[in-house]
Design a protein around this ligand. Structure first.
Ligand code: ADP
Length: 422
């Protein structure tokens, strides 16, 4: 054990309890070491005697099924041990998913496609992480789809994405983000363009379900889908649509009986709908904090987190940009060309003339080479951020994870902005 670990405070946890803490102070660091016993964080096991580092903004729960002793060194804002956790219920649900996987394996069918739903801040992403970690610890290779465009845990805000989970999430950095499948949506919430959101989710479902047929291990392991916290009105309609598009056969509803009953009523009988309590440890986030977290995710995309990235900055001529946005302003049906509905406008690919209003906006770099292709149904390779627009010289400056030149493909304007002040 290092000297620093000896210096901190020791917490002895009984079986089925967890240590929760938050770090709010700017530039604060907290080190946690498992001294004895077994412990895990959101489904990832801690290695004994290894020192884990947590930074500002961390909201952590270290749980133990068997009891353990932890050493915590550094200034936490709140830290307490809770014996009231829903972890045993979550573990039982994992066991049910695992049974579905075993049976899928026997019959060579698709494993469970499970969707986690619930209002804002109930621990949806955390439950996804727990389920995925438990699955991968048993040798499964599930897919993780995150269709929460506001606070998604895979790519940057304004997108939906899927990754293949091949190893447990790192305690400090979460799941490895290698080769995600990402689709551009371009807004912070599905409500900004419901028609486009639906089309994008349908495409993601089609592509991921098809990919499961190619890899047997993933096919049997199934998929975990994380959703938005918007569960009323159109938000609820999106949940129904997502369930249908992904051919979901299990839904875990966190913390809302009303939503649970609505889903019981509206789902076909082969879909298992399970109501689960939220953990008392889940921390509510204010609107400002959500916005800050969106900025942070974009910042991390360009600059990295613990491992720093060094992005490039270069100019691109207006004439070299194939810049578009999705969705034209609405027109009444009476003004639409014959055979088109006002809805069609919502998924129209519209050329964008470069102007100073592009400043700070994120541009998604599509794999589509021209608008003759299905732009909405084509995934994106990455993102750049516009850091300057020079109307005299007819150029924009972009911040890019890749050096110049940008690929000669379609670029899609996102509503999301990022101020590049490091
Ligand atoms: P949602 O996806 O429903 O918005 P999250 O899963 O992102 O919610 O959880 C919100 C925050 O609460 C996250 O920062 C997460 O780390 C934290 N959290 C989740 N479970 C616990 C817990 N048991 N104790 C302490 N913090 C937790």
């Amino acid at each position: 054990m290092s000297d620093e670990a000896k210096e901190g405070e020791e917490f002895t946890l009984e079986a089925d309890s967890e240590l929760r803490f938050e770090i709010e102070d700017k530039d604060a660091k907290v080190f946690v070491t498992l001294i004895s016993g077994f412990a895990e964080m959101f489904g990832t096991e801690l290695v004994k005697k290894k020192k884990y580092e947590f930074l500002t903004g961390a909201k952590v729960a270290i749980f133990t099924y068997h009891g353990c002793v932890l050493n915590v060194n550094g200034k936490t804002d709140v830290s307490y041990i809770s014996k009231e956790t829903p972890m045993v219920q979550y573990l039982n649900c994992h066991a049910a998913l695992e049974q579905m996987r075993a049976s899928a394996e026997e019959k060579d069918e698709r494993g469970p496609i499970a969707m986690i739903v619930g209002p804002l801040d109930v621990g949806k992403s955390t439950l996804c992480r727990i389920f995925l970690n438990y699955a991968v610890r048993l040798g499964r290779r599930p897919l993780y789809a995150d269709i929460d465009v506001g606070q998604g845990s895979i790519s940057i805000p304004g997108t939906i994405a899927t990754i293949l989970i091949e190893r447990p999430a790192s305690i400090e950095e979460g799941f490895s983000q290698t080769a995600p499948l990402v689709y551009h949506f371009g807004h912070k919430g599905p409500g900004s363009n419901n028609v486009l959101y639906k089309a994008t989710v349908s495409k993601m479902a089609e592509v991921t379900l098809e990919s499961m047929n190619v890899n047997k291990r993933t096919k049997h392991s199934g998929m975990i889908i994380n959703t938005c916290g918007w569960v009323k009105g159109d938000g609820y309609a999106h949940l129904l649509h997502t369930a249908q598009a992904f051919e979901v056969n299990a839904i875990f509803v966190l913390d809302q009986e009303r939503l649970y009953n609505e889903l019981l009523r509206d789902m076909p009988s082969f879909v298992r709908v399970v109501l689960l309590p939220k953990s008392g440890g889940v921390v509510e986030r204010s609107r400002d904090l959500r916005s800050e977290q969106r900025d942070l995710r974009i910042k991390e995309y360009f600059y990295g987190h613990r491992t720093p990235f060094y992005p490039f900055s270069f100019e691109v001529k207006f004439q070299d940009l194939k810049l578009y946005k999705i969705g034209a302003p609405p027109l009444p049906d009476s003004c639409m060309p014959i055979g088109m509905k006002a809805e069609d406008n919502k998924t129209k690919v519209v050329a964008v003339t470069p102007s100073p209003s592009l400043l700070h906006h994120i541009l998604a770099i599509s794999f589509a080479e021209s608008t003759d292709e299905d732009v909405i149904g084509t995934n994106v390779a990455g993102f750049v951020c516009v850091t300057d627009v020079d109307m005299d010289r007819q150029t924009i400056t972009v911040l890019s994870p890749q050096p110049r030149p940008l690929p000669n493909t379609v670029m899609l304007l996102s509503e999301l902005q990022f101020m590049d002040i490091v």
